[in-house]
Design a protein around this ligand. Structure first.
Ligand code: MSP
Length: 520
């Protein structure tokens, strides 16, 4: 039975257009989903849009459009980036589903989850009086405010209303025990520590309904209230695998203790690592395997913000630099978990160094030497060199277990470096001149074989380019997984005829950003 792996991105608020931050999380999740599929796992990959709450209600009002219509429109901008019906799939994302919280299936799931928490005695009616930040859709305590604003810088407003509360305070010890028993529940470690110390300070009950607007899912049996948008939003992860139908095929398959991986930005860690497990405990449902928190991007050293006019759109990036290049750079540029900076110079430098000069050059030299000196056929090999690839592969698997994409890519780069050094040292062109055809054949074979391995390993990151490379090596579509990397019998076969080679990773030049494509 293949291992089950359920990976999610946060669902994105539809108050505005997608930007670099959204693209990053989605691409990182996609790389992980593709990696796990290549490793043989049964993967379910979910993304979608978060469409209720005060923030969306306000944005719809500001646009003068009914909230449902507004969310229909804005959700499309997110759908265009990923796999959704016949969308453009700008980022070539391999999600299995796309959820919208305004869908009926989701409303049904939220109602049942609410009822389960109520049945556990964890919901009561009271009055909320305190601060609320619409931008963050979060409640803040007086002591958390900095200069009259939320710690995130968002404006806060004083809210006093009747509200249902969730007995979060009841779950503090249970959560601490759970974190202790599952030290990998939150990665990186620094984030784990942050959550543990937050919970240790003591948890207050959480207001989980609102009455001052109605753009949300009504609370069962009390239509005056709509559910707090985070209760609604977090439930999406259950909805997509069939909840409340716990007997459904997909629910049974994907919702287990060790299957669910939520990828989130550091700003929404508390919701996922504290509130969400508490809701699930209350509803007697298994908890996720892991909450993986990533850092934030700045652009040319500055925080991305509308007021600075430096918000980068995914489309702008892809049109200026190419999708494969952007995907590669975003995961190579920073250790996963840290903050990172998008600088045009750095992007161009990284892409040229790794994709063009290392992998591209290696592939191009190998394939064109085979075309020129061996009639376009894979040569015979009598002396194998394997560049220690197995160790690199083992390291890649380890790094990917911890979502350390940068380190995983570094391993592929090291393998490419070794192969490039080998070409220079063996100088197959000279072997040809000296009439040492067997030696030349050996060198070209070993090179072509390491190019096959590199291409297989690069597939999650640069799916189109890596597969083009595999096409050039005439590798059948169903022989491109990690199984075919590790199992003897799938290495290149001597005498296979190859098509005329063509470049895969061109060098890119620094171009000014296309102003028209910026989201402002
Ligand atoms: N709707 C909630 C999530 C609900 S999940 C049940 C939400 N949406 S969001 O659209 O505001 O943000 C989605 C994600 O984008 C978050 O993980 C956030 O960290 C990420 N990013 C927003 N700006 C970012 C950067 N500048 N850099 C990296 N990621 C950033 O929160």
């Amino acid at each position: 039975m293949p291992n089950k792996f359920y990976i999610t991105t946060p669902i994105y608020y539809v108050n505005d257009s997608p930007h670099l931050g959204h693209a990053y999380t989605t691409i990182a999740a996609d790389v992980m989903a593709r990696f796990r599929r290549l490793a043989g796992d049964d993967v379910f990959f979910l993304t979608g849009t978060d469409e209720h709450g005060q923030k969306i209600d306000k944005a719809a009002k500001a646009a003068g459009v009914e909230p449902q219509k507004f969310t229909d429109l804005v959700s499309q901008r997110f759908q265009a980036l990923v796999n959704f019906k016949d969308s453009e799939n700008l980022l070539n994302i391999s999600n299995n589903d796309f959820i919208r919280t305004t869908e009926e299936r989701h409303k049904a799931a939220c109602k049942v989850l609410w009822q389960k928490m109520l049945d556990s005695g964890d919901i009561y009616l009271d009055k909320y009086a305190g601060w609320y930040a619409v931008r963050d859709e979060a409640y803040y305590q007086e002591g958390e405010l900095i200069g009259g604003k939320a710690p995130t810088g968002a404006d806060v407003e004083w809210v006093e209303e009747e509200s249902y509360f969730f007995k979060l305070s009841k779950y503090g010890d249970k959560l601490l025990q759970f974190y202790k028993d599952n030290p990998e529940f939150i990665i990186p470690k620094s984030r784990y520590n942050e959550v543990v110390s937050f919970v240790k300070k003591g948890l207050k009950d959480l207001s989980i309904s609102r009455t001052t607007f109605n753009w949300g899912i009504p609370v069962p049996d009390n239509n005056k209230h709509v559910m707090y948008v985070w209760v609604d939003a977090l439930t999406n992860y259950l909805t997509a695998v069939g909840y409340p139908n716990e007997g459904s095929e997909s629910f049974k398959k994907y919702w287990h203790e060790n299957t669910v991986h939520h990828l989130v930005g550091k700003d929404i860690l508390r919701f996922h690592a504290v509130y969400w497990p508490a809701f699930l405990l209350s509803a007697n449902l298994p908890l996720p395997a892991q909450i993986v928190a990533h850092g934030w991007w700045t652009v040319e050293g500055e925080k991305m913000s509308k007021s600075l006019g430096n918000v980068v759109s995914p489309r702008e990036l892809v049109e200026n630099y190419g999708l494969e290049q952007v995907r590669y750079f975003l995961l190579k540029a920073m250790p996963f978990g840290n903050d990172g900076d998008l600088s045009r110079d750095k992007l161009v430098e990284t892409v040229n160094a790794d994709l063009a000069n290392n992998f591209g050059n290696l592939a191009q030299r190998t394939l064109s030497m085979i075309a020129k000196n061996n009639e376009g056929r894979i040569p015979k090999c009598t002396d194998y060199v394997d560049f220690g690839w197995e160790e690199h592969f083992a390291n890649i698997q380890n790094e990917m277990k911890n979502f350390q994409f940068q380190n995983a890519l570094n391993e592929i780069v090291l393998l490419g470096n070794k192969a490039n050094e080998y070409v220079d040292k063996q100088a197959p062109w000279a072997l040809k001149k000296e009439g040492k055809l067997e030696e030349m054949g050996n060198v070209l074979y070993n090179l072509a074989e390491v190019v096959r391995k590199i291409a297989i390993l690069l597939q999650p990151f640069c799916p189109v380019a890596a597969n083009k490379l595999l096409d050039q090596l005439v590798i059948p579509q169903n022989e491109r997984s990690f199984y075919h990397l590790q199992t003897t019998g799938y290495q290149l076969k001597a005498d296979t005829g190859l098509p005329a080679p063509s470049g895969i990773f061109p060098r890119i030049e620094i171009k000014p950003m296309n102003e028209d494509l910026k989201v402002v």
